[in-house]
Ligand binder design. Structure first.
Ligand code: RET
Length: 257
């Protein structure tokens, strides 16, 4: 390639490469401060989500039937999260403000997908009413809409918290004492019961980390974006990658048997 041609290509390439930095605040331009733990966690987790997606999709090929579908849904959860983490890390690096809109766009897709996963595991083994899925779905919506309105400052932060908690408590009721819980206890084979049990504890213990982040971020006096985002990020690793790994472990052990 001649030097003139080289320049001809270099200019549009340099322009395109520079584009993503246009919206960033002065002096940040996508760089990451070595002391910015929250920013580093955004970076690490965005890549971990990509790796997890590849793993779940490839591993799904080893399984058949319900477990394959569950692994594919799990891979979709980490894929959707990976894309949002790419956006969130840019916003954080540039502004150190909460990427609230991207966070909730991610949750509004991934949380219902996890409810699909619960339903699939139950439905594959036993006759379970479609109403179970819809009730879990509505509980998730109430939880996330309450949280979003509170975080975005559209309603009082305490009221948003209370509405969000109500949605979550309703989900807990459904999976421990409601129809979903009873179906799992009564009819499902051992491997499904163990998958369901693990998922139950993730929704109880793992999900409890989110309201803790919200509480420290908005209700414990002043706003603390750094603590809240670090807590949300750690929770996402556990509840997305950890959650799907639990399903994967059950799939593996049943496929061996
Ligand atoms: C992959 C993302 C997941 C599993 C996100 C889960 C989010 C929650 C469980 C959020 C819960 C909240 C409350 C229970 C009350 C306060 C507001 C929220 C939205 C932070």
């Amino acid at each position: 390639m001649s030097f003139k041609n080289f320049l001809k290509y270099l200019i549009p390439v340099a322009f395109l490469a520079g584009l993503p930095t246009l919206g960033l605040a002065d002096g940040h331009a996508g760089a990451l401060d070595p002391k910015d733990a929250v920013g580093i966690s955004f970076w690490v987790i965005s890549i971990a989500m990509v790796a997890a997606t590849a793993f779940f999709f490839l591993e799904s090929l080893r399984f058949s039937g319900k477990w394959r579908t569950s692994m594919v849904v799990g891979g979709l959860v980490t894929l959707v999260a990976a894309v949002h983490y790419f956006y969130m890390r840019e916003i954080w690096a540039a502004t150190e403000a909460s990427p609230t809109v991207f966070r909730y766009v991610d949750w509004i897709v991934t949380v219902p997908l996890q409810m699909v996963e619960f339903y699939l595991i139950l439905a594959a083994c036993t006759a379970v009413a479609g109403g179970v899925f819809w009730r879990l779905f509505i509980g998730s919506l109430v939880m996330l809409i309450g949280g979003y309105l509170g975080e975005a400052g559209m309603i009082n932060a305490t009221i948003g918290f209370v509405v969000g908690m109500a949605g979550w408590i309703y989900i807990l009721y459904e999976i421990f004492a409601g129809e979903a819980g009873k179906v799992s206890a009564a009819d499902a084979p051992a491997s499904v019961q163990s998958a369901f049990n693990t998922m139950r504890w993730i929704v109880t213990i793992g999900w409890a980390i989110y309201p803790l982040g919200y509480f420290l971020g908005y209700l414990a006096g002043g706003t603390d974006d750094a603590t809240m985002n670090l807590i949300y990020n750690i929770a996402d690793v556990l509840n997305k990658i950890g959650f799907c790994l639990a399903v994967w472990a059950c799939a593996s052990s049943e496929s061996k048997a």
